[in-house]
Write a protein that binds this ligand. Structure first.
Ligand code: TYD
Length: 224
């Protein structure tokens, strides 16, 4: 069976990755593809156990380096038990976050040494670099507004929130820099557009990139 295809979705918090993965998965399944939806940290039983340690905050006090190694341990398990077997079986794998999240959150805003991060990435990814990465991009202020709107209304930005904006801006820049450095893999998508417009752009980019995809799967919308 022919090798499948591996797509990652990256970006800051609340940019709509989950919604877009769901839409793309539905589209690809309708077109007859075998699709695996997964996420990080997690995606495999071993990695989901580590996810709990990471997201509960239990690892935070132990330092950025230990956290980065835990993210890497989770990723290694996810790659070897879920992603690689699926891609080798000819499936299309869609993951909510992958190696670029570690580069950005641990490497850039976590302040870890580039050499350390590169070595960690090489061993954990172990050749399983995504064929395509969608960077969902939004103004940090807009992202925070969306996130805030979901929580409480009418709350003024305090010092903590301003600090958060600066961190979000740094992360956004870091994702965009990865995309500039790896234009063959990364596609930046304007995440402030409406969800259907974003989904249409993603569908079209995936159909262009899938080996034989445009031939075997008719486009739903006519080309402009
Ligand atoms: P999650 O609850 O899955 O939310 P979302 O992906 O929608 O933001 O949280 C995952 C968090 O883990 C998120 O804040 C980013 C962070 N993260 C890292 O710091 N490094 C990583 O390598 C990964 C995969 C995630």
């Amino acid at each position: 069976m022919a090798r499948g295809f591996f797509i990652s979705f990256e970006g800051g918090e609340g940019v709509g990755k989950t919604t877009q993965i769901k839409r793309l998965a539905d589209f690809l399944r309708d077109a007859g593809h075998d699709v695996v939806e997964t996420r990080e940290p997690g995606g495999s039983p071993g990695a989901e156990a580590v996810r709990h340690v990471l997201l509960s905050g239990a690892a935070e006090a132990l330092g950025a380096k230990l956290e980065a190694i835990l993210f890497a341990a989770a990723r290694s398990d996810h790659v070897e038990t879920v992603i690689r077997p699926a891609v080798e079986a000819g499936k299309i794998v869609l993951t909510d976050r992958f190696m670029d999240s570690s580069r950005v959150y641990q490497g850039v805003t976590g302040g870890l040494a580039p050499d350390f991060m590169t070595a960690l990435e090489r061993t954990t990814v172990n050749g399983m670099v995504p064929d395509l990465t969608f960077m969902l991009d939004i103004e940090p202020e807009e992202g925070l507004r969306r996130a805030a709107a979901r929580r409480a209304e009418g709350e003024a930005a305090d010092r903590f929130e301003k600090e958060q904006v600066a961190i979000h801006r740094k992360r956004r820049e870091a994702f965009l820099e990865i995309a500039r450095n790896e234009p063959d893999r990364c596609i930046v998508v304007d995440a402030s557009a409406d969800a259907e417009a974003i989904a249409a752009e993603i569908r079209s980019r995936v159909m262009d990139a899938l080996p034989g995809g445009a031939k075997t799967t008719p486009r739903k919308a006519p080309a402009k």
